[in-house]
Each structure stands twice: as structure tokens, then as C-alpha cells.
Design a protein around this ligand. Sequence first.
Ligand SMILES: [Zn+2]
Length: 75
Amino acid sequence: MGMVMIRCPETGSAIPTGIETDRETFRRSAVFFSRTYCRICAATHEWFAREAWVYESVLAKGTSGGWRSPRADAA
Ligand SMILES: [Zn+2]
């Protein structure tokens, strides 16, 4: 299981959406739209699934690659 993450449009920081899923399930899911409260901005950001990615805690142990940019895949 992992946490769905989005990038804060104001600060560029990765923020957790509170949605837990695994990478395969997330990839299969249809494009969806959601909102997440950002503590950094104290505001709610709207986002699409294609802008989000799954951060799996298993991979956190070998923190070397850092955050995966969803925009890099889109381009
Ligand atoms: Zn924000």
C-alpha cells in the first residue's frame, strides 16, 4: 500500500492526499478529480489523478531517488 501524493502548486512540495492505495490499483483507476487540503498553504488544492502519484512506504527505506515527478512522465 502507498499514499497518493500530489505536488502543491504554490510551493512545489509533495503533500499527502490521505488516500491510500497501491500503485497498480491507482494506475488502473479511471481518471478522477479530487481535492486535498494543503497544510502549507492552508488551502484546498484541486487535482487530477494524472497529476498524482503513489508513494509506497516500502520504497522510503531506500530514499535515494527522491520524489517521482508526474510531469516528467506526462511530457
Ligand atoms: Zn499548497
